[in-house]
Write a protein of this length. Structure first.
Length: 166
């Protein structure tokens, strides 16, 4: 039986040597594949950096164009939007001075609001009803004036010229 064991041991050693040779060949293949992959990855990374740089430049120029265009549109539209908003709020809530606050006339808006509040407090006496009507009529008149002016005229008069009343 010792010859069988010896033959079996020799067979196992041969198998082990074959496995080592196969593992070495596989390792060499993996190593060469890894080198090729590494070179491909470096090339891909280089291309990606170049494309990212081009994309960033395009994005910056597009953002600048958008921002310049948006600023121009906002500058033109803000006067129109304030005109319509101030006009409608002047007609509806003119007694509270809301249209004045929209245009940035805080002192004048506060005066209208103060007169309305004073009128509300004094409404039991009778004179308060007159004080409530006065800012309401002023708001109605100013709202109509705002809406009947052209956009350019409204902008020059109330936003550039800062004309607070009528």
């Amino acid at each position: 039986m010792s010859d069988d064991n010896k033959n079996l041991g020799d067979d196992l050693n041969d198998m082990l040597d074959d496995a080592k040779d196969s593992a070495k060949r596989a390792g060499d293949k993996i190593s060469s594949s890894a080198k090729e992959f590494s070179e491909d990855a470096k090339e891909f990374a280089s291309d990606a950096k170049e494309k990212a740089s081009e994309f960033a430049d395009d994005a910056k120029s597009s953002a600048k164009e958008f921002s310049d265009g948006a600023k121009e549109v906002f500058d033109k539209a803000s006067g129109t939007n304030k005109k319509i908003l101030a006009g409608v709020l002047g007609i509806i809530f003119g007694g509270f001075g809301v249209h004045k606050f929209i245009l940035g006339y805080n002192k004048e808006g506060g005066i209208l609001l103060g007169i309305w509040i004073l009128g509300a407090v004094l409404s039991c006496v009778g004179i308060g009803l007159l004080l409530i009507w006065i800012p309401g009529v002023i708001g109605l008149i100013e709202g109509i004036i705002y809406l009947t002016k052209s956009d350019e005229e409204f902008y020059n008069t109330y936003q550039v010229g800062k004309k607070p009343w009528f």
